[in-house]
Ligand binder design. Structure first.
Ligand SMILES: *Cc1c(COP(=O)(O)O)cnc(C)c1O
Length: 496
């Protein structure tokens, strides 16, 4: 199966390995499979009997046809092993008889990005071999905290790839900083930048677009690549857990094979919920795709009016991974609904005017699958508090936004089917805000919040965060933004 750009005018297509290696298409569009594989009831019955790594290899093989099943199975077994996901790769937790949480945060960094970033580096490593690439890939990441750590964990010790992460020295939380500066692995580097996240991000972008640095790196046998969430290699693995959850809900008797299942997804860049959309189009019996936003409710407005308008204030919230005004993966939905020519035009309008409006027919097509809700900070805290006190289930701030959306939908549709609430982070990842929501009082400090939350909820601290203050620090360098190119060249030239 081949892949084409969401903005393609000439129909040019590339292999899956090529799409994963490139990330972005040369015309600025995102790669999409040329057709979607079909998932039958018989397939679902067969998948139900398999382990998560086997389910993942089965689904991925339908998309990545230039990888062998044996390659994918080996990669999935490593990526989703019980050492990396001690609590299971994508376990379910029943909140009540009509709502189940799909916990995607039992991996090494306690957030759902591990589901894609544990497997994607392995797919990239094979893509380099398949495309005849002899140079080393250098992954550059500017991070405001979570993505950097998840990428470091995913790429560490992967053959043919090195990873260098830049973070703003005063712009990440203490726990996030500790997670990064204690990172293990022989192919990793972590550097603090004096400045804010924008400085780090701008620095990385400048390096990507500097032909002189690229040439120097090339001489050193290296080329730049990104761990961006728009890469097809990050999206494809996210389709798997919707299929897996459906199988598990059937096995547990929460739904019957063929029943419709609604899903509620805490959304930022639109990757996670778009994976659900693909699963539905393949034939998985999903119903409403409930898109949950925080105060940055640009997607709620889009799904209610058909106008996407980024000309609005940006809010910093307690669900920071959803603080986004440009949801890149929405472009893939536009492509499915409106085709490449109109998608390219909408993206041009977005770049020029900061907004676009889809046609009435396109809007109707989008509304057939998607519904949007949002909630504010107070409501986020109230949901954490109420669900824990009533149902004994502890959730993080992002999941709480998703839960609020699911409850709003249910209130409007009392006969709605079972809803799958996608839980995107461990509550301990956002312990300060979760503790305050539960008790109404602030935690002593960020590290104590982990213990205080554990004592209050009687839920143990997940291993990757436990004792984080006692690990050996490996990376202490703090540099100016202007010195980033030199740091990149030095890392590229340093021997493994
Ligand atoms: C990245 C992230 C999200 C948003 O997911 P998208 O795929 O970008 O929509 C939600 N919650 C958490 C905890 C995240 O890290």
């Amino acid at each position: 199966m081949n892949y084409i750009s969401t903005r393609s005018t000439d129909g040019h297509s590339v292999s899956a390995a090529e799409a994963i290696k490139r990330g972005l298409a040369p015309d600025g569009g995102l790669y999409m499979p040329q057709q979607l594989p079909v998932l039958t009831r018989a397939d679902l019955a067969e998948l139900s009997a398999l382990s998560y790594p086997e389910r993942a290899a089965n689904i991925l093989h339908r998309f990545l046809t230039d990888y062998t099943y044996a390659e994918l199975l080996a990669d999935c077994r490593e990526a989703y092993s019980s050492e990396r996901f001690p609590g299971g790769a994508a376990p379910l937790h029943e909140i009540d008889s009509r709502m189940s949480a799909l916990e995607l945060w039992h991996g090494p960094t306690c957030a759902f990005k591990d589901m894609a970033l544990q497997i994607m580096p392995r797919l990239l490593s094979r893509a380099l071999v398949k495309t005849g690439e002899t140079r080393t890939a250098l992954i550059l990441v500017a991070t405001s905290g979570d993505t950097g750590k998840a990428a470091l964990e995913g790429y560490r010790d992967i053959p043919g790839i090195r990873i260098q992460v830049f973070y703003p020295v005063d712009g990440v939380s203490r726990v996030q900083k500790l997670q990064m500066i204690t990172q293990t692995g022989s192919n990793v580097d972590v550097t603090a930048i004096r400045g804010n996240f924008d400085d780090a991000q701008t620095g990385v972008k400048q390096i990507f677009s500097d032909p002189e640095i690229r040439e120097q790196l090339n001489t050193a046998g290296t080329f730049l690549s990104s761990a961006n969430s728009i890469n097809w290699g990050r999206l494809a693995p996210q389709i798997v857990y919707y299929v897996s959850a459906y199988c598990d809900l059937c096995t547990k008797g929460m739904i019957r094979m063929g029943d419709t299942l609604d899903v509620a997804v805490p959304t930022g860049n639109f990757g996670n919920i778009f994976a659900a959309c693909i699963a539905k189009r393949m034939g998985l019996p999903l119903g409403r795709l409930i898109c949950a936003s925080n105060r940055n409710n640009i997607l709620t407005d889009f799904l209610r009016t058909g106008t996407y308008d980024r000309n609005r204030p940006f809010y910093t919230t307690i669900s920071p991974s959803m603080d986004i005004l440009i949801s890149s993966n929405l472009e893939r939905l536009l492509y499915l609904i409106a085709g490449p020519v109109r998608t390219a035009a909408y993206m041009e309008q977005l770049a020029r005017d900061g907004k676009y409006t889809v046609s009435p027919e396109e809007f109707r097509a989008i509304r057939e699958d998607f519904t949007g809700y949002f909630c504010d900070e107070e409501e986020t805290g109230a949901v954490i508090h109420d669900v824990f006190r009533k149902n004994g289930y502890l959730m993080d701030t992002h999941t709480a936004v998703g839960c609020s959306a699911a409850m709003q939908y249910r209130a409007e549709h009392p006969d709605a089917p079972h809803v799958l609430l996608v839980s995107t982070a461990s509550p301990f990842k956002f312990a300060v805000d979760v503790y305050r929501a539960l008790t109404g009082t602030p935690a002593e400090d960020e590290l104590s919040a982990l213990n205080q939350l554990s004592a209050e909820s009687r839920v143990p601290i997940p291993a990757p965060l436990d004792g984080i203050g006692n690990r050996a620090v490996r990376f202490t360098q703090v540099i100016r933004r202007e010195d980033m190119p030199a740091a990149v060249l030095a890392f590229a030239k340093a021997a493994d």
